[in-house]
Design a protein around this ligand. Structure first.
Ligand SMILES: Nc1ncnc2c1ncn2[C@@H]1O[C@H](COP(=O)(O)OP(=O)(O)OP(=O)(O)O)[C@@H](O)[C@H]1O
Length: 319
């Protein structure tokens, strides 16, 4: 039996569709990442799921109870369903401990103290408990904000790119740590992001959103190897159109570089990346620019090179 359900959620702003019949069913402790470009409706969806935004139609349920929107509920939102976004608000004149304790003010004192201690411990914040937010790094501040949001033990956590202001190393470390905690606690987590790498860090269970519509669902392997559209394929890597073949594309790592045979081109740009060089190759006949991986770092700008590929690597992708 699913415990968190969104049923045919639709939302328009001034007649423009932001979400179109979005449905989702999750069991307790499931993680899902929803990935989509800016404006695809991710934040709108999470706000509706948290009971903070009025939808045009459709319903959200937690354990068979309907999540009521602000039109139907005097005080919007629920303790059981917590939305965390980038603009987290810590109280600047309260310490780490006080920030975490604030949501627990109305709870039994002993319970509140025990909960605060547990969160400080689990988030590795014990040594920082007496500091004020201005004395913390961005990553530490975000940890405190998330710990505070978890103080009242929500069943569902909705994460709206809360890590986007962190550098990649901090971000990945925080996502890994949180992922472990959420698993321990069996929290149901919906993470929305435009960044596929971040999404995959937390879970392999993906929904791809475009202009308010689900365009594909599945795990990363399925989506990477069998994308059903250019939009989904591009989330994983750039794609190169094959001249003269409608909707036929190749990924940069599937193109072979040879000194003869295939399509002739010239290297017009080279980027040194950690594991390989990324080349831009201008194809002679079509003038198209392809992005191609050069794992052996063999080619230089100006080199003549032939590109080849295996037919089975060609992806047919309607726009
Ligand atoms: N309050 C609003 N009034 C009017 N239009 C809105 C409002 N909020 C969102 N929209 C529009 O709805 C669409 C979806 O917006 P939403 O913020 O949900 O997308 P998103 O995927 O979260 O984008 P981003 O990744 O940039 O945060 C966009 O076209 C946006 O302009």
């Amino acid at each position: 039996m699913s415990s968190f359900i969104a049923k045919k959620i639709k939302k328009t702003y001034a007649g423009k569709i932001a979400l179109s019949e979005f449905s989702l069913e999750m069991n307790r402790g499931d993680f899902i990442s929803i990935v989509g470009e800016s404006g695809s409706g991710k934040s709108t969806l999470l706000r509706i799921m948290a009971g903070l935004e009025v939808q045009d139609s459709g319903q959200v349920f937690l354990e068979n109870e309907e999540i009521l929107n602000p039109k139907k509920k005097l005080v919007p939102g629920y303790d059981e369903v917590k939305l965390i976004h980038q603009d987290y608000h810590l109280f600047p004149n309260s310490t780490v401990s006080e920030n975490i304790r604030r949501p627990l003010l109305q709870y039994d004192k002993n319970y509140a103290k025990a909960r605060e201690e547990k969160l400080l411990e689990q988030f590795g914040l014990k040594e920082l408990q007496g500091r004020f937010p201005r004395q913390l790094s961005g990553g530490q501040q975000q940890k405190v904000a998330i710990a505070a949001a978890l103080a009242i033990e929500p069943e569902v956590l909705l994460l709206d790119e809360p890590f986007s202001s962190l550098d990649t190393i901090q971000k990945h470390q925080l996502i890994d740590e949180l992922g472990d905690l959420f698993k321990q606690w069996k929290t149901t987590v919906v993470f929305v992001t435009h960044d596929l790498d971040d999404a995959l860090r937390l879970t392999d269970n993906l929904i791809i959103l475009k202009k308010g519509k689900v365009v594909q669902k599945g795990n990363s392997f399925e989506l990477c190897t069998h994308p059903q559209s250019q939009y989904v394929a591009r989330l994983f890597s750039p794609i190169n159109p094959i001249p003269g073949q409608k909707d036929a594309y190749l990924r940069p790592n599937e193109v072979k570089l040879r000194s003869k045979g295939g399509l002739l081109g010239h290297v017009v740009d080279l980027r040194f990346l950690v594991h390989y060089n990324l080349l831009q190759i201008k194809l002679k006949e079509s003038n198209k620019i392809w992005e191609v991986d050069d794992p052996h770092r063999k080619y230089q700008v100006g080199d003549r090179v032939y590109v080849q590929w295996e037919e089975e690597k060609v992806m047919l992708l309607p726009s």
